[in-house]
Each structure stands twice: as structure tokens, then as C-alpha cells.
Design a protein around this ligand. Structure first.
Ligand code: NAD
Length: 253
């Protein structure tokens, strides 16, 4: 178990699913967690879960696709805690339901705005703060779609390829700065986003498990959280610019 006492951790999209799992895990490790989401009810529920378990958390409402909101979120965290040790850029919207010729332009703009511009803006403001401190660790939540396309997911797949590109290029830019930048590529993890995707999938749950996992089960948010904790810890001090698959072996096929 990592000891993150006296550390400050930001998790975006922490009002649901994987982000909530990551926020809970950082709080269990002793960090003071900035729970951020555009969804106030979900974010406050996560804060309540952390506080009832004896952890420290504060909610910061932020739409990651807005530069002004991201700036003020990071400023707020630094005003409240004096620093930002870890940032998990997890917020995203799910995949479209059409094949490429039928995807509305507004859906393209929304997916790219949250999943790509959101990660870009968050990294910008997090890195500016971490450069001042001389240390920090960032983990971007990518996807197995960063490597492998799926039916009817061309824009989502493109957005997750871009998260990989941002991660790897930022790692080159920030080499030697004391900031470590990595990503996680989750496979099929049981969350509201996966449930929505399954509702649109012609195949049933068993077929999804069969197709998406070699080990006979779907992933849980805590599977991703454990990887995020490790990537932020000193145990991962030589892991840099890397994307760690947490996918039940899906990408190994
Ligand atoms: P989720 O829908 O359960 O949670 C996403 C959270 O992001 C929600 O709380 C939502 O309110 C928030 N959010 C959406 N738009 C936002 C915005 N503009 N600003 C701030 N917050 C916003 O989804 P999840 O399954 O937990 O996904 C979390 C991450 O994991 C995403 O990056 C997703 O692409 C990735 N991922 C998920 C799976 C999976 O199987 N669940 C697989 C691969 C990758």
C-alpha cells in the first residue's frame, strides 16, 4: 500500500466510475484528494464516500473543456493545499453510436473537446504548477482504443489516440523537469460508460467479456486505481512516457 500522506492529488471526472475509484484509492492511501467533475451531484457523492471512510476530499466543479474553468480549478487546489503532487486526467465522454459517415459534427466537437482538449488544458495548468514545485506525477486515462479501433467508435478512438500522443510528447517536452508523465489504457471496466456502450452493442454481456478480456471477467475501477497509484509512487520512478494497459490481456491478442 502506498503512503501518500501530505500529498495533494487531483482526479478529473471523479464523480463516477473509474475516476471515483481512483479518488477513493488515493484517499485510502492518505492523500488529500481534489475531486473534480462537471457533475456536481456525482462529485459531491464521491467526496461523501471519501469523508465517511475517514479520508480527505474537496469537490471542485470543473468542465475540463473550458480553459478558464481548468485554470481556476488548479489555482483553487494550489490556494487550498499549497501544491499539486499528482494529477489523474480521467474525465471523458463516451463513444458515438454511429458509423463515421453518420456522426454529427457536434458529436465530433464534443468528444474532442472533452477527451482531447480537456487533457491538453489540464496538463498545461498542472505542468505549470508542477514546474514551479520541481516535482509531480501525471497519469492520463487513455483506452485500449488508443491502440485498437472498435466498430462505430471512430471519433472516440481518434480522441484516445490523441491522449497517447499528448502523453508521449509531453513526456519528451518535460524530460528532466522532475515531473513524470504516464498513461493507463483501460480495457472493459464496469462503469456507467461501459453500461451505456453495452446498451448500444448488439452482442450481450457474455460476448463482450469473451471479446474484451482473456481472464473471464470485466475490470473494476479499483483495478485501474491500483495502477494509477503505482504510477504516481516512487516505485515507478523509472517509468516515464509509458502507457500501461489494464485490460485483462485484451491488447495481447
Ligand atoms: P463515466 O462516464 O462513468 O465517468 C466519466 C466522468 O467524467 C463522469 O463523472 C462525467 O461527469 C465526467 N465528465 C464528462 N465530461 C466532463 C467534462 N467536460 N468535465 C469534467 N468532467 C466530465 O466513465 P468511466 O468509464 O469511468 O471512464 C473514465 C475514463 O476511463 C475515461 O477517460 C474513459 O474514456 C476511460 N475508459 C473507460 C473504459 C471503460 O470500459 N469504462 C475503457 C477504456 C477507457
Amino acid at each position: 500500500m502506498q503512503d501518500f500522506s501530505e500529498r495533494s492529488a487531483l482526479v478529473t471526472g471523479a464523480g463516477s466510475g473509474i475516476g471515483r475509484g481512483i479518488a477513493l484509492a488515493f484517499a485510502r492511501a492518505g492523500a488529500r484528494v481534489a475531486v473534480s467533475d462537471v457533475d456536481v451531484a456525482g462529485g459531491e457523492e464521491t467526496v461523501g464516500l471519501i469523508q465517511r471512510a475517514g479520508g480527505q476530499a474537496v469537490f471542485y466543479r470543473c468542465d475540463v473543456s473550458s480553459a478558464a474553468e481548468v485554470r481556476s480549478m488548479v489555482q483553487g487546489i494550489v490556494e487550498d493545499t499549497g501544491k499539486l503532487d499528482f494529477a489523474i486526467n480521467n474525465a471523458a465522454v463516451g463513444m458515438e453510436t454511429d458509423e463515421l459517415p453518420d456522426v454529427p459534427e457536434a458529436i465530433f466537437d464534443r468528444i474532442m473537446g472533452v477527451n482531447v482538449k480537456g487533457v491538453f488544458l489540464c496538463m498545461q495548468h498542472e505542468i505549470r504548477q508542477m514546474l514551479q514545485q520541481g516535482h509531480g506525477a501525471i497519469v492520463n486515462i487513455a483506452s485500449v482504443n488508443s491502440y485498437r479501433p472498435q466498430n462505430r467508435q471512430s471519433v472516440y478512438t481518434a480522441s484516445k489516440h490523441a491522449v497517447l500522443g499528448l502523453t508521449r510528447n509531453a513526456a519528451i517536452d518535460m524530460a528532466g523537469s522532475g515531473i513524470r508523465i504516464n498513461a493507463i489504457a483501460p480495457g472493459a471496466i464496469e462503469t456507467p460508460m461501459l453500461a451505456a456502450a453495452l446498451r448500444n452493442a448488439p452482442a450481450g454481456r457474455d460476448q463482450v467479456i469473451d471479446k474484451m478480456s482473456l481472464i473471464g471477467r470485466l475490470g473494476q475501477p479499483d483495478d485501474v486505481a491500483k495502477a494509477a497509484l503505482w504510477l504516481c509512487s516512487d516505485d515507478a520512478s523509472f517509468t516515464y512516457g509509458h502507457t500501461l494497459a489494464v485490460d485483462g490481456g485484451y491488447l495481447s491478442r
